[in-house]
Ligand binder design. Structure first.
Ligand SMILES: Cc1ncc(COP(=O)(O)O)c(C=O)c1O
Length: 305
C-alpha cells in the first residue's frame, strides 16, 4: 500500500509508523470492530469526499448494532476524515475509519472495554484494476454463502464479518477469477465479496433487495442516478441462472466503484462486453464523483470549505 504521513488516532495526528496497537487488542482477537470505506476524489474545487455524512452515519449505525458506545460524535468522525485528507495533502484517496475495542480486557463480553478510533487515508487506485473497470471482470459464484441475517448482522460493517468475505474472495482468486458473487442461504444472488450487484434484463436495471446484503452507498447512488437517467429500475431477488442470462451485469462499491462483469462461471454475460446501460452509468458516476455534474454536488463534501 502507498503510505501517507499521518493517521488520526483517538483525536491526535500520529506519524504513520507510530500508529501501533498492542497484540492483546480485543478486536484483533474477536473481530468486534466497526469500520467504513470512503473515497475522496479530486474535483475542480479541490478534494471532495463522496457522501461522507452517509458513510459516517453507517459507521454510527454499525456501532449501534454492535452495542458499541462511540467515544466521538458523528461530526467528530466527519472532521477526522476531512482533517486526515488535509493533513496528508492528498487529492484522491481511500479513507478508512475504524473503531475498535482496545487493550485491557479479554473475553467475549465487551462491557468495560476501551473503545479506540482511527482514520487512515492512502491513495488507492481502481480496486479491480483499470482493465477491469474498462472492459469488465470475470466472476465466479462462491461455494460459500452469505451469512444469514440472524447470524452475522448484514447491515453492520463489523470487522469479523469480513472473514466470510475473505474466504469468498480468496476462493475466486485461487480459481483464476477476479471477483466472487455470493448467494444467500436460500440460493438467491445476494452481492459480491465487498460490492453490491446489478443486472440489466430487457432494459430494466435490477438489484436484489438489501435484505442479505450491505446497504451500499454506491448502490443507493446508482439507483438514484439510473432513475434520473430514465432507466427502469427495481429491487428483485434473482437466481444465478437469471444472472447467467442477463444482458449486462455490474458491481458497485466504494473500493470497486462501478465495475462491469463480463463473465460469470465461464458464461458470457450478454455479448461479453461492457453493455450500454453499464457504460452510461459508469461514465455518469465518474463525472459526479469528480464534481463534473452540479446536480449531484449535494453528495460531495469539499475538504477545503
Ligand atoms: C459486503 C459489502 N457489500 C457491499 C459493499 C458496497 O458498499 P458501499 O457502496 O457503501 O461501499 C461493501 C463495501 O462497503 C461491502 O463490504
Amino acid at each position: 500500500m502507498e503510505e501517507t504521513q499521518f493517521i488520526w488516532m483517538n483525536g491526535r495526528m500520529v506519524k504513520w509508523n507510530d500508529a501501533r496497537i498492542h497484540v492483546l487488542t480485543h478486536t484483533l482477537h474477536y473481530g468486534t470492530g466497526v469500520f467504513e470505506g470512503i473515497r475522496c476524489y479530486d474535483t475542480p474545487k479541490g478534494p471532495a469526499i463522496f457522501r461522507l455524512k452517509d458513510h459516517i452515519k453507517r459507521l454510527v449505525d454499525s456501532a449501534h448494532i454492535m452495542q458499541m458506545k462511540l467515544p466521538y460524535s458523528q461530526a467528530d468522525y466527519e472532521n477526522a476524515c476531512r482533517d486526515s485528507v488535509k493533513k496528508n495533502a492528498v487529492r484522491e484517496c481511500y479513507i478508512r475509519p475504524l473503531v475498535y475495542y482496545g487493550y485491557g480486557k479479554m473475553g467475549l463480553a465487551t462491557t468495560g472495554c476501551v473503545v479506540d478510533s482511527i482514520v487512515a487515508v492512502w491513495p488507492w487506485g481502481s480496486y479491480l484494476g483499470d482493465e477491469g473497470l474498462k472492459n469488465g471482470i470475470r466472476a465466479k459464484i462462491s461455494s460459500y454463502s452469505r451469512p444469514t441475517v440472524n447470524s452475522s448482522m448484514t447491515k453492520s460493517k463489523t470487522t469479523g464479518s469480513y472473514a466470510n468475505s475473505t474466504l469468498v474472495k480468496m476462493e475466486a482468486l485461487n480459481a483464476g477469477y477476479e471477483e466472487a458473487l455470493v448467494l444467500d442461504a436460500n440460493g438467491f444472488v445476494a452481492e459480491a465479496s465487498g460490492e453490491n450487484i446489478f443486472i440489466v434484463r430487457s432494459g430494466e436495471l435490477i438489484t436484489p433487495p438489501a435484505t442479505n446484503a450491505l446497504e451500499g452507498i454506491t448502490r443507493k447512488s446508482i439507483m438514484e442516478i439510473a432513475a434520473n437517467e430514465g432507466l427502469r429500475i427495481s429491487e428483485q431477488t434473482f437466481t444465478r441462472d437469471q444472472l447467467y442470462i442477463a444482458d449486462e451485469c455490474f458491481i458497485t462499491g466504494t473500493a470497486a466503484e462501478l465495475t462491469p462483469v463480463r463473465e460469470v462461471d465461464d458464461r458470457m454475460i450478454g455479448e461479453g462486453k461492457v453493455g450500454p446501460a453499464t457504460k452510461k452509468l459508469q461514465a455518469k458516476f465518474f463525472d459526479i464523483v469528480h464534481g463534473k455534474d452540479s446536480r449531484y454536488s449535494k453528495w460531495l463534501d469539499f475538504v477545503e470549505k
